[in-house]
Design a protein around this ligand. Structure first.
Ligand SMILES: [Zn+2]
Length: 527
């Protein structure tokens, strides 16, 4: 590792090594309860861990990146964006893993949400090792941890009570476990006794079922949150795990779990940081899966290429709230990435060496699988959108029209074209979108406007390939307006009407040059 870290992921990697010491393998963890759509706010945690794992690997360390699916958690609430609400209601208090998939695609509701994530993460270069907590609990892997928690009930109770106000102190008999009833699968059960070793007796408040169960074979016994989390840190020997600000509040579950981890499970809690929420442009506030409006990774990937998705997160410190835009800001985010790329490849000079190294590092971390062989074909996103619309959405034709693109640059540009096309079709503001008129279509222009369009056609369009810049072309357009005796604004309006049936459009000089002479002449020949 270089002496100076230029990126927050490298800073965190150094901190992990400093605090945890030299190790053969560093375990980095992330996880979630798949109780609903895993949205882009949850994705921030996953990619934060991926970035730190990459920083550790780049420093020559071995890394195990585990992603825990907490699918043995209880199904508490039906999210508003799920189909078959009534059907799902019937499974409240079941473990999520036993709730059927309302879409009928996968083996369970949990599995459906898991597969949506597992199938999209590799697209952005993230490949963790998935741990399924249902399997692990049912295989009794955690029986010793559960027994430890039962043995240390008084200590646990006093730790938890430190974080509770007077009205919410745990009093009287208390158990650190919950049990899913072996008969009806719900967790509305009470513990009756524990024999001090492996046997636990419980009864179900719903169906009346009673059972004496053995922790070493029991399937339904589970630790409560704030005990389960640190038990698993100790079990997996986790060195790093970030958490959202809901868990990282003062006295929140991270603080509690940290003490439980040390005092009950005799393990030092992982290095951590707090990551902030993600906002959506035009939809402020925290995104929550229990509300209907959720943006997930596949939705983001419709508009942003994988590199751009990684870039947004790699380029922002985790404790900074930021907004993901689907409006015109999309253009700026692509421009920012392109600039970072130019600096990384020294096509554009950075302000100083420090800026260069920082931008270069952000660029490296934005790549899906290592540094590409060369910079990508630099085409501003706005211009690409215009070219695509000129080509009527035909991506092949758009790429074929670029004479200077190298074969090895085509795949990346094609991916960007797909995103640009999706953005135009689904998210771009109405006045950004256009369609060229077909040859033979006529705009309802006044005589003066027709004269102006003819002048534009005969003095500018007919020699459009002779202009070596938009600037010289723009000057010729102003000259044409003057010769036609019309205000230049009126000429612009007439030209846009003649070309796209609107009174405004992309900057005219660049637009005309992009459309090309033959196409322009065929559209303007009717005047
Ligand atoms: Zn029951």
């Amino acid at each position: 590792m270089t002496d100076k870290a230029f990126h927050w992921a490298d800073e965190t990697a150094r901190k992990i090594v400093r605090e945890k010491g030299e190790k053969d393998v560093y375990t980095c963890a992330s996880g979630i309860t798949p109780s609903g759509t895993v949205h882009i706010g949850n994705f921030r945690e996953i990619i934060s861990v991926d970035l730190v794992a990459r920083a550790l690997r780049d420093a020559g360390k071995n890394v195990r990146f585990i992603y825990s699916w907490d699918d043995y958690d209880v199904f508490r609430k039906v999210p508003a964006n799920m189909p078959k609400q009534d059907e799902l209601e019937k499974y409240l208090r079941f473990p999520i893993t036993m709730v059927p998939d309302p879409w009928g695609r996968d083996s369970s509701y949990a599995r459906h949400n898991e597969i949506d994530v597992e199938s999209s993460l590799p697209l952005v270069g993230i490949n963790p090792e998935y741990l399924y907590q249902t399997e692990r609990y049912r295989a009794s892997l955690y029986a010793p941890g559960i027994r430890t928690a039962l043995e240390k009930r008084p200590e646990l109770k006093s730790i938890l009570n430190k974080f509770r106000d007077d009205q919410h102190k745990i009093e009287g008999e208390w158990w650190p476990v919950s049990v899913f009833c072996d008969e009806c699968n719900r967790d509305d059960t009470d513990i009756d006794s524990w024999d001090g070793e492996w046997h636990l007796e419980y009864h179900c408040n719903l169906c009346g079922f009673r059972q004496k169960t053995d922790l070493r074979t029991a399937k339904g016994v589970k630790l409560g949150w704030r005990i389960d989390w640190p038990m698993r840190w100790a079990y997996e020997k986790v060195d790093f795990e970030p958490a959202g600000k809901d868990h990282h509040s003062q006295g929140g579950s991270f603080d509690t779990s940290k003490i439980v981890c040390k005092e009950v499970f005799n393990f030092d809690a992982p290095v951590t940081f707090r990551y902030d929420f993600i906002g959506l442009k035009g939809n402020a506030g925290k995104m929550s899966s229990s509300k209907g409006n959720v943006i997930d990774l596949p939705t983001l990937l419709k508009v942003y290429t994988p590199e751009l998705v990684r870039y947004m997160f790699a380029g922002t410190r985790p404790n900074t709230e930021f907004t993901i835009s689907f409006d015109l800001d999309v253009i700026k985010i692509y421009e920012d990435y392109d600039r970072t790329e130019r600096i990384a490849w020294k096509i554009e000079a950075a302000k100083n060496e420090e800026v260069y190294r920082k931008e270069r590092r952000i660029y490296e971390l934005s790549q899906v699988s290592g540094m590409p062989a060369a910079a990508s074909y630099q085409m501003p996103f706005r211009h690409l959108c215009n070219l695509l619309q000129i080509a009527g959405g035909d991506i092949d034709a758009t790429i074929a029209g670029l004479s200077d693109i190298k074969p090895e640059q085509k795949a990346a540009l094609r991916a960007r074209c797909v995103c640009a096309k999706n953005w135009i079709e689904e998210y771009a503001p109405e006045d950004f979108c256009f369609k060229l008129r077909e040859a033979g279509e006529t705009a309802a222009l006044s005589e003066a406007e027709k004269t102006a369009v003819r002048e534009l056609r005969d003095s500018v369009v007919s020699k459009i390939e002779e202009f070596d810049s938009d600037k010289s072309c723009a000057q010729a357009i102003y000259d044409a307006a003057e010769r036609a005796g019309i205000d230049s604004k009126a000429l612009f309006r007439a030209a846009y009407d003649a070309l796209i049936g609107k009174d405004q459009g992309p900057r005219l000089a660049s637009f005309l040059r992009a459309i090309g002479k033959d196409r322009l002449l065929s559209i303007l020949s009717v005047y």
